[in-house]
Design a protein around this ligand. Structure first.
Ligand SMILES: *Cc1c(COP(=O)(O)O)cnc(C)c1O
Length: 361
C-alpha cells in the first residue's frame, strides 16, 4: 500500500505518473524498447527530450530568449557552475536565507569577491531579511537568492530589484509550484527531485546573453562545466540522464492536464492553509517561521520537546505518514507538501496531529 510521503527530496511523485511510466517501462510507444535502453542519439529519445523541454517552456511560459539546459550534478554543481560561468568581473551579491544559500555563497567565494547583502542567520533563518538596495553592488555579475528555503520553510514573497544585475535563483524546492515571471531572472536552476521528477537531472533556465564563450578564459573552465557546451548541443554533448528527463516530461504532462501552474498554486495554497491553520491553533505544535514568509512547499514544526518529536515521527510512520523528520541539521519536523502530495494526505496528517495532541498535552 502506498503511504503519504512527506520527504523533502527525493520526494513523492504523482501516482498517475508512476503508473504511466510502469505501463511504458518495457516498451515505449512503438519503439519496442524501454526509454532506459534507448540511444541518446536516437530519434525516439530526442523526441522524448524535446517534448520535456517544450512542456517546460509551455507550463512556465519561458520566453524565447532563454535556453533550457539539462545538466547532471544536482543543485550543488550549480553552486560551482554559476560563479565559474557568470563571474566576469568577479563580483556577486548573495542573500543568506538558509543552508543552501550559504553553501552557494561559500562556493562562489572561491571564484571572486562575494558580498552577503543580508542574512537571517541571527534567528536561525526563520524569516527573509529586508533588503537595502544601497548595499547592492551595481556592477555585480549576478545577484543570488534561494527562493524557497527547503530546510527552514521560508520563501521570498517579493523579488529584490537588482536593476541590470541578473537575478539568479535556486528554485529547487519551489519550481512548478506556482506561476512565475521568468523574464525577471537571468538564471533559474532547480534539481528535479523535489517538485519535478526523480533525482539525476537539474534544469537550468538561462537568458541567452548570459551564455558566455569561455574558450579563451584562463584558467581553463572544464568543458562539462560551461553552459555553452549544453546550450550549443541541445544538452546532448554527452549522455544526459535520459530516464530522469523522460520522467520530468511525464510530470509536466500531468501538471498541464491538471490545469497548469495556476491550478497547482491554488491546490498548494489550500494544502498549506489546512496545515498552517491547524499549527496556529495547536497547543502542542508550533511553526517557528515568520508568518509573512511561510513556504508553501516545506512546512516546519516542533513540539519544543525532542523526545516528543521523535515519538511523533515514529507514530506517524506507523500510520502511513512517512519522512516527517526535519533536516538532520535542525531536527524537529517538516512536512514537504509538493505538487504531488494530494490534499487528502495533508488532511490525514492534520487529523493524526490532532489525535497526537489530544493524547500528549
Ligand atoms: C535539495 C536542494 C539543494 C541540493 O540539491 P542536490 O541536488 O542534492 O545538489 C539545493 N538547493 C535547494 C533549495 C534544495 O532544496
Amino acid at each position: 500500500m502506498r503511504v503519504y510521503n512527506f520527504s523533502a527530496g527525493p520526494a513523492v511523485l504523482p501516482e498517475d505518473v508512476l503508473k504511466k511510466a510502469a505501463s511504458e517501462l518495457t516498451e515505449y510507444g512503438a519503439s519496442g524498447q524501454s526509454v532506459m535502453e534507448m540511444s541518446h542519439r536516437s530519434k525516439e529519445y530526442e523526441a522524448v527530450q524535446n517534448q520535456c523541454e517544450a512542456l517546460l517552456r509551455e507550463v512556465l511560459s519561458i520566453p524565447y530568449n532563454y535556453k533550457v539546459l539539462f545538466i547532471q550534478g544536482g543543485a550543488h554543481m550549480q553552486f560551482e557552475m554559476i560563479p565559474l560561468n557568470l563571474m566576469k568581473s568577479e563580483n556577486a551579491d548573495f542573500v543568506i536565507t538558509g543552508q543552501w544559500a550559504e553553501k552557494a555563497y561559500k562556493e562562489a567565494k572561491n571564484y571572486g569577491e562575494v558580498n552577503a547583502v543580508a542574512s537571517s542567520k541571527d534567528k536561525t533563518f526563520s524569516y527573509i531579511p529586508e533588503l537595502d538596495s544601497s548595499k547592492f553592488n551595481k556592477d555585480a555579475d549576478f545577484f543570488h537568492i534561494c527562493q524557497n528555503n527547503t530546510i527552514f520553510g521560508t520563501r521570498f514573497i517579493e523579488l529584490p530589484d537588482t536593476g541590470n544585475v541578473p537575478l539568479v535563483a535556486d528554485m529547487s524546492s519551489c519550481i512548478l509550484s506556482e506561476p512565475i515571471d521568468v523574464s525577471k531572472y537571468g538564471l533559474i536552476y532547480a534539481c528535479a527531485q523535489k517538485n519535478m521528477g526523480p533525482a539525476g537531472v537539474t534544469v537550468v533556465i538561462i537568458r541567452d546573453d548570459l551564455i558566455y564563450d569561455l574558450s579563451g578564459v584562463f584558467p581553463r573552465i572544464p568543458t562539462m562545466l560551461q553552459y555553452k557546451t549544453y546550450a550549443d548541443n541541445n544538452s546532448l554533448y554527452n549522455t544526459p540522464p535520459t530516464y530522469a528527463i523522460y520522467m520530468c516530461g511525464l510530470v509536466l504532462e500531468w501538471i498541464k492536464q491538471k490545469g497548469g501552474l495556476s491550478a497547482m498554486k491554488e491546490l498548494n495554497e489550500q494544502k498549506a492553509k489546512v496545515l498552517y491553520e491547524y499549527l496556529d491553533n495547536s497547543k502542542l505544535f508550533k511553526n517557528p517561521v515568520d508568518k509573512k514568509y511561510r513556504s508553501l512547499m516545506n512546512v516546519t514544526f516542533v513540539t519544543g520537546n525532542e523526545e516528543l518529536d521523535k515519538k511523533f515521527i515514529k507514530q506517524a510512520k506507523e500510520n502511513g505518514l512517512v519522512n516527517l523528520g526535519g533536516h538532520r541539521s535542525v531536527g524537529g519536523m517538516r512536512a514537504s507538501i509538493y505538487n504531488a502530495m494530494p490534499i487528502e494526505g495533508v488532511q490525514k496528517l492534520v487529523d493524526f496531529m490532532k489525535n497526537f495532541e489530544a493524547e500528549n498535552v
